[in-house]
Design a protein around this ligand. Sequence first.
Ligand code: NDP
Length: 346
Amino acid sequence: MSDKMKQIVLASRPDGAPRPENFRLEEGDISTPKDGEVLVRVHYMSLDPYMRGRMDDAKSYAAPVPIDGKMEGAGVGEVIASKADGLKEGDFVMGGMGWATHAAISAKAVTKIDPDTAPITYALGVLGMPGLTGWFGLTEHGRPKEGETLVVAAATGPVGSMVGQVAKSMGLRTVGIAGGADKCKLAKDHFGFDDCLDHRAYDDASSLQAALKDACPKGIDIYFENVGGKVLEAVLPLMNPHGRIPVCGMIAWYNEGGLGANAREGALTAPKLWRTILVNFLSVNGFIISNHWDRMGDFHKAVAPMIADGRIKVQEDITDGLENAPEAFMKLLTGGNTGKAIVKLI
Ligand code: NDP
């Protein structure tokens, strides 16, 4: 085993979309675990849209990554040294190891995973944070009922595909929105969406809205918000009275400090937005999944059997090598991933 570790740090803050120079690959000594810690050799690390927010020095629900600090993120790997009760060499764990090949981390901050029950990468996606996000947001804030219509964008990603599949299993009509014909095919053939629209095929919100109207003849009862932007603008006027909008993410605006500062003039002004919510009695619920880790057990109980017997399908997009993580992350932000974005480190 090499006695050096590699990590990727934030070299500078992006102005708009991240660029390669915002990241730096570093080599260093492998840490020795302190009392209560384990040393983990990371096998796979997760790439997630929230990491874009951590690159900005802006007020948010979580602190930004400092300049020269290790990029944050979850990983799964093997314990190679332990100074903690309850975890031994050879155990597999998931936790916030960052963009790094090795991490010494408190045993309290990791979750032990069983590599024999599911592929270890599932702990980063379908059985981990993104899967929980989709399931929790849909069931808690979407309040789905049989026969209703649900729309979700980023439909082939780990959040959107969970939302669509759970909703379908509950008897809803599911309409996905995804970038490109191939992703739409995947949404329908693999993830079982009743229909899927390619948002890139529509120049503006009104043409997308016309297509959505056809795809949702009974209107939209639940819009699971993953993206904001043109999709939100197209969906809102089609919401049925008493519709629900779990607000999970707004990736279309992440490169603009999250607020869509450069959004097209006239689009979704606050009065238009508020009026739509008011006159349609909509429930709009923002949520951050880190406030709901206590629901992980319920989620696994409900969903793990459906994954095991194939009712819930999985799609992963695995990039090889830590040095390729920045490029894979930049692609994720513009839809270059197909499925859960993961980097293989070993
Ligand atoms: P994905 O793996 O689905 O990746 C993001 C996808 O967003 C891209 O592949 C792309 O899909 C789509 N996208 C990017 N830009 C646009 C755009 N301008 N318009 C429409 N779609 C766009 O991500 P996740 O499943 O991990 O996350 C989905 C959303 O959920 C994100 O907004 C994320 O921040 C949010 N989230 C929120 C959490 C919370 O606690 N609230 C927790 C986890 C995730 P395509 O090519 O199909 O358009």
